[in-house]
Design a protein around this ligand. Structure first.
Ligand code: CUA
Length: 158
């Protein structure tokens, strides 16, 4: 059977597209792996409560670092620990968070802080609280029946 020339060109084009498509998927999967980009530290998700700093969730003053405080969160279906925290106005805070069970979100409404918390990984974000007020943290990754109930509050006080 003789193939029409145009048909041949289109077939070649189609196969090339498929090959490029697969190559792109393969390369991105290879580079990104299963890790979200902000998560460089790993943790045993079954031992979160015993692993520093997650054995003490909450705000901790630190010395000799580029930030003034570390704010540690443990997420689990369907809450964050701590549920509420007070942060002094102007504090440079490193938020350190992880999850004990499934993937949760960590979005601080009205700020740039928006992390994905994946079991086995530690997510971090450093930010300065230069506006007083309340900052609501919500879960923006669907995690089950109580997903919409997951929230925490940061109160920035003078
Ligand atoms: Cu946790 Cu949605």
């Amino acid at each position: 059977m003789h193939m029409h020339k145009l048909e041949k060109i289109w077939l070649t084009f189609g196969i090339s597209c498929l090959v490029i498509f697969l190559a792109v998927i393969g390369v991105s999967a290879f580079y990104l792996g299963n890790k979200p980009p902000s998560c460089l530290t790993t943790i045993n998700p079954e031992k979160v409560d015993e692993t520093k700093p997650f054995d003490k969730p909450g705000l901790h003053k630190v010395e000799g670092k580029d930030w003034d405080y570390e704010l540690v969160y443990v997420a689990a279906a369907f809450s964050y620990s701590p549920a509420k925290v007070e942060v002094p106005l102007g504090a440079k805070v490193k938020v350190i968070a992880t999850t004990k069970d499934v993937v949760h979100g960590f979005e601080m409404a009205g700020t740039n802080v928006n992390m994905m918390l994946e079991p086995g990984y530690v997510s971090e974000y450093t930010t300065t609280f230069d506006k007083a007020g309340e900052y609501l943290i919500v879960c923006n990754e669907y995690c089950g029946a109580g997903h919409h109930l997951m929230s925490s509050m940061i109160e920035v006080v003078k």
